[in-house]
Design a protein. Structure first.
Ligand code: HGY
Ligand code: MN
Ligand code: MN
Length: 417
C-alpha cells in the first residue's frame, strides 16, 4: 500500500514559489516567473524552498556550487540513497512549473511520508541544482554537471554573464556558496518529475510520460565583426553588415533543421541576437548571437556542426565580416535506465494511467545523474501545446498530482532492499 500525496499542498507550494520573481509579461500581459540563476529572485526562491526542506525535518546542506540538498534518514544508512530533485531557477520569461514541479514534488513525497509516519530502508535525498537553465551564465545544467563530475567547479566558478559578473561572485553575494563538497557520491537511483514542455503527451491524450532519455544539445556563442557605418551614405556594396550576416546564419540554421539531412528531429535556434551599436541609422558593426542545436542522434549532430562551421567560413570569406564562435554547452544524447523506467511504468499501470515512452526535447538535471547512477524521469503533460519558457506554461493540479504520486511510489519501490 502506498501513501497518497496531498495534491492541494503540492499545488499551493507551486503557486507560492511562483510568487517569488513574479512579473507581468510585456508581450502577453500574463504573470510569469523571472528567477534567473543567482539573482536576488533566485536567492529568495532558494531561501523559501530551503526553509520548506528544514520544516520537513530534512538534514539540509548547501554545497560549493550552491546545490541545496535535504536528506530524510532511512533505517539502513549503510545503503546508497534514493535521490529526486530538479531546479528552481528559471529563464527570464518562465512559468511556474519548469523545474519547480520536480523539486516541490520531491518535497511533497517527504511531507507525505512524514504525515504517514513511514520510514524507508534507504535514505531519501531531495534537492535543487544551481542554474539548470544556463540562460544567464551560458551553460546549462551547471550545478548538476558539477555535482556529477562533467564540469570542474573552477570552470563553473569562472563563468560570467553579459555584464562580466561571475558565478562565484554571485554565489557569494546571495549567500549560497556553501561549504559542502560539490561532488556527490552516486545514489542508488535518481528520479525526476518534470513538465514535458512540449505537445506530445497532450496531443496523444496521455496522462503521463515515461522519459527514455534526452536528446543531444550543443550551444555556441558567435561574434560577428563587420564595420559600423552610416545607413544613409554607405552604398550597399561597401558595407560589412554584421546584422545581415547574422540574419543569413539564422536562415541557414532553419534550412538545415528542416532539410531532413540531419534527421527529422533536428532543431536549431538563434535565441540571442545583440547588434552593436543597435541604432536605427547605423549599419551594425558587431553582432553577438547564439546557436542552440538539438538532435537525438549524436552522429547527425556532429555532421550538422561540421556543415555549419563550413557555412560560417564561406560566409565570412564572401562578406568580409569576421565570424568567430565558441561552444558554451555540449551534452550528448542520454539513455535512461530501463530498470528505473520499469518501476515507473509499473506504478503508472497499477493506477490505470495512460502513458507514452518519450524522449525529452529539453535538457534536465537527470541527464547528468544518468552518468553516475540508474536514472529516469516522469513527464507531466502541459496545456497550450505544452508551451514552456513562456509565462503561458501551465499544467493542471490533477496532472501534477498524478506525476508526483508516481514519483512517490517509484521512490518507495526503489528504496526497498
Ligand atoms: O535548454 C533546455 O533544454 C533546458 O530548459 N535548460
Ligand atoms: Mn527544466
Ligand atoms: Mn527550462
Amino acid at each position: 500500500m502506498f501513501p497518497k500525496i496531498d495534491g492541494e499542498r503540492l499545488w499551493a507550494s507551486i503557486q507560492d514559489l511562483a510568487k517569488v520573481g513574479a512579473y507581468t509579461d510585456s508581450v502577453s500581459g500574463l504573470v510569469g516567473v523571472n528567477r534567473l540563476a543567482l539573482t536576488d529572485a533566485d536567492r529568495d526562491g532558494r531561501r523559501l524552498v530551503r526553509g520548506w526542506f528544514e520544516a520537513a525535518g530534512l538534514e539540509v546542506r548547501v554545497d560549493r556550487i550552491g546545490n541545496t540538498y535535504g536528506v530524510r534518514r532511512g533505517r539502513r544508512r549503510d545503503l546508497a540513497r534514493i535521490m529526486a530533485g530538479s531546479h528552481i531557477d528559471s529563464v527570464p520569461t518562465g512559468g511556474a512549473f519548469d523545474g519547480c514541479l520536480g523539486v516541490l514534488g520531491a518535497l511533497e513525497v517527504v511531507r507525505t511520508l512524514n504525515d504517514a509516519g513511514l520510514s524507508t530502508d534507504r535514505d531519501l535525498e531531495i534537492g535543487f541544482f544551481t542554474d539548470e537553465e544556463g540562460a544567464r551564465f551560458g551553460t546549462d545544467m551547471l550545478g548538476s554537471a558539477t555535482a556529477c563530475g562533467r564540469l570542474p567547479i573552477e570552470t563553473a566558478y569562472g563563468l560570467a554573464d553579459k555584464d562580466g559578473t561571475t558565478v562565484k561572485g554571485e554565489l557569494e553575494r546571495i549567500g549560497f556558496l556553501g561549504p559542502a563538497p560539490e561532488r556527490v557520491t552516486p545514489p542508488a537511483a535518481y528520479v525526476e518529475c518534470h513538465v514535458e514542455q512540449g505537445p506530445i503527451l497532450a496531443t496523444r491524450g496521455r496522462d503521463l510520460g515515461a522519459v527514455v532519455g534526452v536528446q543531444a544539445i550543443s550551444w555556441y556563442e558567435l561574434t560577428l565583426e563587420g564595420k559600423s557605418a552610416h545607413a544613409g551614405t554607405t552604398p550597399m556594396g561597401l558595407r560589412k553588415d554584421a546584422g545581415l550576416v547574422a540574419s543569413r546564419i539564422n536562415v541557414e540554421l532553419h534550412r538545415m533543421a528542416t532539410s531532413g539531412v540531419y534527421g527529422a528531429e533536428m532543431r536549431a535556434t538563434m535565441g540571442r541576437f545583440d547588434p552593436v551599436p543597435d541604432r536605427v541609422n547605423i549599419v551594425p558593426g558587431r553582432v553577438i548571437c547564439t546557436v542552440d542545436l538539438r538532435n537525438p542522434d549524436d552522429a547527425a549532430m556532429a555532421r550538422a556542426e561540421a556543415d555549419l562551421f563550413g557555412f560560417l567560413k564561406a560566409l565570412a570569406a564572401e562578406t568580409g565580416v569576421a565570424i568567430t564562435w565558441r561552444q558554451t554547452a555540449q551534452t550528448h544524447s542520454v539513455k535512461f535506465s530501463e530498470v528505473v523506467l520499469s518501476v515507473i511504468t509499473a506504478r503508472m499501470e497499477a493506477h490505470g494511467l495512460s502513458y507514452e515512452r518519450i524522449l525529452s526535447g529539453a535538457g534536465h538535471d537527470a541527464q547528468e545523474f544518468a552518468a553516475i547512477c540508474p536514472t529516469a524521469m516522469i513527464f507531466v503533460p502541459g496545456l497550450y501545446d505544452g508551451i514552456s519558457h513562456n509565462p503561458r506554461e501551465y499544467s493542471t493540479p490533477e496532472a501534477c498530482a498524478r506525476g508526483v504520486q508516481i514519483l512517490c511510489e517509484t521512490m518507495l519501490e526503489l528504496s526497498k532492499t
